[in-house]
Design a protein around this ligand. Structure first.
Ligand SMILES: NC(=O)c1ccc[n+]([C@@H]2O[C@H](COP(=O)([O-])OP(=O)(O)OC[C@H]3O[C@@H](n4cnc5c(N)ncnc54)[C@H](O)[C@@H]3O)[C@@H](O)[C@H]2O)c1
Length: 406
């Protein structure tokens, strides 16, 4: 690494380098001594990172970010032309589905065509974003002859918030459009990961989409079981506990709760689109997981005239102990409650929003409290006995518990 220094001053440039995937990866690579450039379009995040401040919660990232900036081997750029200046170009931009749940494949290929204007044959492009199958092949086709760089796929599999630890411990899946591109990607990721798993391109594409669809379906099983148990007047958590006790085959059954965020549903729908929309389990999982907020509201409406209630939602992030609200189901819950006339209050331990109230104020004000996400801080929360609680996670104490029979 580092040959042809004048031409290629950076070892690695990450496009989308200030995002939840790009930034942790960039600082972990910089921490191995590589000269890394984070290319993005978000000026606010660029300012924050240049000042050594993480723009979002990512545990253990702060000290490595500071160290890399002090060491002078981490740079931030807003100029796409800088893509020409790195041996490796990693792509970590978002790959959302549209409002009809179709992957935006054209948008990604158009973005890559634009990027490729600044690439040459000596470079290796590594796709880190989760992409629709065949995307790397389409990228190859989009390259003009002069700019035929290598293309590899090395999908990100970290769990948000814990990327620093996981990048250093998880095996990395590596596939290449050519053997050279695969070898180059394996060499780069070998610097941070204890194990490289080489696969074909098709295998790598399915590893990533199957991983997220699998998790999403598992959560749906738990959520459907929760709703069934609740309708039956039984506490799902107690059922789950009994099932798992000294019974290995049931250990992977998750707890119930909102299965949200920018990846699980999106990737399940990408897989469905890839399979000609024939993915019954994936669609069923979406109906169950997306239906949980509606179920909770319907349960409450059986006992309350919601227009006479103050309802508080504890936890607005899409998962515990982070500050990311992307595709959080707590907002969908709030919207449905408001539709039925409830006076709704939001609170969160990490998300900064001037319209939110503290958990203490929320508990003092509301006669119904719904736990949206099990932040660790809620373990110490004791809800007064006269307040009704919906807590799929069983994280808070006290309160009157909701079940349809209860
Ligand atoms: N968040 C996760 O935990 C996670 C885990 C595994 C895989 N992924 C996948 O990784 C990809 C990125 O997800 P994310 O959560 O980091 O998204 P993100 O929105 O946090 O980050 C994307 C970054 O790309 C930047 N960007 C957008 N367009 C750009 C452009 N044209 N040029 C340069 N920068 C641009 C954005 O400003 C943003 O900083 C997605 O495909 C996602 O499915 C995410």
């Amino acid at each position: 690494m580092g040959d042809n220094k004048r031409d290629k001053p950076y070892d690695v440039l990450i496009v989308g380098g200030l995002g939840h995937v790009g930034l942790p990866l960039g600082i972990v690579l910089a921490d191995t001594g590589l000269n890394v450039c984070l290319l993005d379009i978000d000026e606010e995040k660029a300012r924050s990172v240049r000042e050594g401040k993480m723009p979002f919660i990512e545990y253990d990232a702060g000290p490595i970010l500071e160290k890399a900036l002090e060491g002078g081997n981490l740079h931030v750029s807003l100029d796409i032309k800088d893509a020409s200046k790195a041996r490796y170009v990693i792509i970590a931009i978002g790959t959302p589905v549209d409002e009809y749940l179709n992957p935006k494949t054209r948008q990604f290929i158009d973005f890559f065509k634009n990027l490729s204007e600044h690439l040459d044959k000596s470079q290796t492009v590594i796709v880190r974003s989760t992409v629709y199958p065949h995307t790397c092949r389409q990228m190859m086709k989009a390259l003009d002859k002069k700019r035929e760089c290598g293309i590899a796929y090395c999908p990100e599999r970290i769990v948000q918030g814990y990327a620093i630890r996981e990048l250093r411990t998880l095996p990395q899946i590596v596939a290449g459009m050519t053997k050279e591109a695969e070898d180059a990607a394996a060499e780069l990721f070998g610097r941070v990961s204890p194990k490289i798993i080489r696969t074909s391109m098709g295998e790598a594409e399915l590893v990533k989409l199957y991983s997220n669809a699998w998790r999403y379906i598992q959560f749906a099983v738990a959520n459907q079981f929760y709703m069934m148990a609740s309708n039956f007047g039984v506490d799902y958590d107690r059922v789950r506990k009994a099932m798992r006790e000294e019974y290995e085959r049931a250990l992977t059954l998750p707890g119930a709760g909102f299965a949200a965020g920018p990846c699980l549903l999106k990737d399940t729908m990408q897989l469905s689109a890839f399979n000609s929309n024939n993915f019954l389990l994936g669609h069923a999982a979406m109906m169950v997981n997306e239906g949980l907020p509606n179920y909770i509201v319907e349960t409450l409406r059986k006992r309350h005239r919601l227009s006479e209630n103050k309802v508080g939602i504890l936890g607005m992030a899409f998962k515990a102990d982070i500050d990311d609200i992307r595709d959080s189901l707590s907002y969908k819950l709030g919207k449905i409650l408001r539709f039925h006339g409830a006076d709704v209050y939001y609170s969160d331990e990490y998300v900064e929003d001037p319209t939110f109230v503290s958990k203490e104020e929320l508990i003092g004000k509301c006669d119904i409290i719904i736990v949206g996400v099990p932040h660790s801080a809620y373990k110490d929360v004791v809800i007064p006995e006269d307040v009704e609680v919906v807590d799929t996670w069983n994280v808070v104490s006290g309160g009157r518990r909701t079940s349809l029979e209860g």
